[in-house]
Design a protein. Structure first.
Length: 528
């Protein structure tokens, strides 16, 4: 009974957006509602400062901040909210994709003036494919931006979503008067005073009431009536099941900076967003209410102190109770481990906890046992699915620059790959090591961290690879596959798990290869 109560009061989600849309600001305002922080400015942005994208000291600084903001938990109206941080910078997109495997829903933030931007498209696509419930927050209504209908259209077209507005703006920018909350049927007038953290709302059950004309003026009232009527005609009614199944996305308008429309978003969110959901493993589906504990590692964070090489593995609890000092099975290593100081996260601090429930994230100190994707259970041999590697876009040979330190280099590269910083491939013909990354920034990160954390030096050598694809033959013994391996020998490598990868040197050659070898599949992610 207690377990199901704890499960039902948890909401674990991520906020995704293109950099600068207002993710950090919104997170901070949400925390204010939870009373988790006292003042604005307490959550530091871990995005790369403008113009400093290639400065790895900046990356290091952010790494420090991002430990603190990896998970932000707080209580609001007896709901335990866990916000998982998702880096906005595109070079760290893979981190974000992995974090999305641990959320039960997301909030998408869109800038009213810029509309749908590139990074939003990519991240929403991942959520759409996984059918993650999404709520949209259109931000910066205090500024001039696009017309609400145009924006809703743009969201439907570019993001391939089906939207329904649950609030509607009254004016915009200089003329911004407030928001009509369709969900709660009330009006919230904008005073432009960000210090007011709980705004006054005026209940308006019927938009026809003359009170509306008095509140916002005749013209604005008439516009609002017409537009809301039109919106309700054009867009489907809100349907909770459709939202939970990822088939319908409710939209809210507001201004995070002015703390306007944020409470409405949060109140609706805690009502409709799903509690922790079941998760599939290779063997079976696991439900959160199951008594026995299971969980999986979705993120590993290296210690900032180079003298201590221990790391923090972030585990999402899928079922049962996680308890301190109880031995759990690390399935991949087939080893029992017990954790004397598991960390739980509250706002921006972490504390040792005795018990955690499904939906929660615990940080476990690790000396190198964990890899991203690892499963922990009470003894069951089970493997959670769903943390694929993505086809990298940048490739370089990695060479040892200090022959005396080859052991350190090997260990460092190994551990950084386990953390998911990049992927390592070994060429079939000569065993040369290739690092593949999603963003160019990672090469600097790796070089810097190898030197500072492992005392090893590396150099890179360019390599002409357009895309790495995981290869899946219909029949391993076919003549076709044998010929493919012989002819493409130079372009074949193995990933860390020993899976075969084709390194295409151009999109043309990839196309030609796909056409020629019709019974071989080429995948862009490692999970197929
Ligand atoms: P991000 O995490 O998505 O990258 O965005 P962040 O919250 O850092 O916001 C990006 C910029 O947009 C910030 O300004 C922030 O103050 C501003 N902003 C956020 N919400 C609103 C809003 O509702 N209205 C307006 N007008 N601005 C908003 P900045 O100048 O880039 O940074 P800062 O110096 O204020 O920190």
């Amino acid at each position: 009974m207690k377990l199901s109560k704890e499960i039902n009061r948890r909401r674990t989600f991520g906020i995704i957006s293109h950099p600068d849309a207002g993710k950090t600001t919104l997170t901070e305002k949400l925390l204010l509602f939870g009373g988790a922080i006292q003042e604005a400015g307490a959550v530091k942005s871990n995005k790369a400062k403008k113009g400093a994208t290639s400065d790895f000291m900046e990356i290091e600084r952010q790494r420090g901040i991002s430990v603190a903001t990896s998970v932000l938990a707080f209580e609001y109206k007896d709901i335990k909210i866990n916000i998982l941080d998702t880096p906005g910078h595109k070079d760290f997109a893979e981190d974000t994709f992995r974090t999305l495997t641990a959320v039960d829903s997301v909030i998408v933030v869109i800038d009213v003036a810029k509309g749908v931007e590139a990074q939003t498209e990519k991240l929403v696509e991942v959520c759409r494919m996984r059918k993650i419930p999404m709520l949209v927050f259109i931000n910066k209504l205090d500024r001039e931006g696009k017309d609400a209908f145009d924006l809703l259209d743009e969201i439907e077209q570019k993001l391939h979503l089906k939207v329904t507005p649950l609030s509607y703006p009254i004016g915009m920018g200089y003329d911004f008067k407030g928001i009509y909350n369709i969900w709660e049927q009330n009006i919230n007038l904008f005073t432009g005073d960000p210090r007011k953290d709980i705004e006054d709302t005026i209940e308006i059950k019927d938009l026809a009431t003359p009170e509306l004309d008095e509140l916002i003026g005749k013209d604005a009232a008439q516009d609002l009536r017409e537009e809301v009527e039109l919106a309700q005609g054009v867009y489907p009614d809100f349907d909770k099941n459709a939202y939970i199944n990822g088939d319908l996305q409710p939209v809210f308008f507001g201004s995070a900076l002015n703390n306007f429309g944020v409470r409405e978003l949060l109140d609706c969110f805690i009502t409709i967003a799903p509690p922790p959901l079941p998760k599939v493993s290779e063997e079976r589906e696991v439900r959160p209410e199951e008594e026995k504990f299971t969980g999986f590692v979705f993120k590993i964070h290296a210690n900032m102190d180079p003298k201590h090489r221990d790391r923090l593995a972030f585990v999402k609890i899928v079922s049962g109770k996680f308890e301190r000092n109880v031995p759990y099975l690390h399935v991949r290593n087939n080893k029992k481990l017990r954790f004397s100081s598991p960390n739980a996260f509250f706002a921006e601090k972490k504390e040792i906890v005795d018990v955690s429930y499904p939906g929660d994230i615990v940080g476990l100190h690790d000396t190198g046992n964990f890899k991203i994707g690892d499963t922990l259970t009470e003894g069951e041999q089970m493997h959670f699915k769903g943390i694929p590697s993505f086809s990298p876009e940048h490739f370089r040979y990695i060479n040892n620059a200090d022959p005396m330190k080859s052991k350190q280099l090997e260990k460092g590269v190994d551990q950084l790959m386990d953390e998911g910083v990049a992927q390592l491939f070994k060429l079939e013909i000569n065993n040369r090591k290739i690092i593949g990354t999603v963003g160019a920034l990672q090469f600097e990160v790796i070089q810097y961290r190898l030197e500072h954390e492992y005392g090893a030096k590396c150099t890179y050598e360019n390599l002409n690879v357009h895309k790495a694809c995981w290869v899946e033959p219909e029949d391993e013994k076919s003549e076709e596959f044998k010929e493919f391996k012989r002819v493409k020998n130079k372009f074949l490598a193995k990933d860390k798990k020993g899976q075969l990868v084709f390194l295409a040197d151009s999109s043309f050659s990839l196309q030609m290869t796909q056409q020629k070898y019709k019974n071989i599949k080429f995948h862009y992610t490692s999970e197929f």
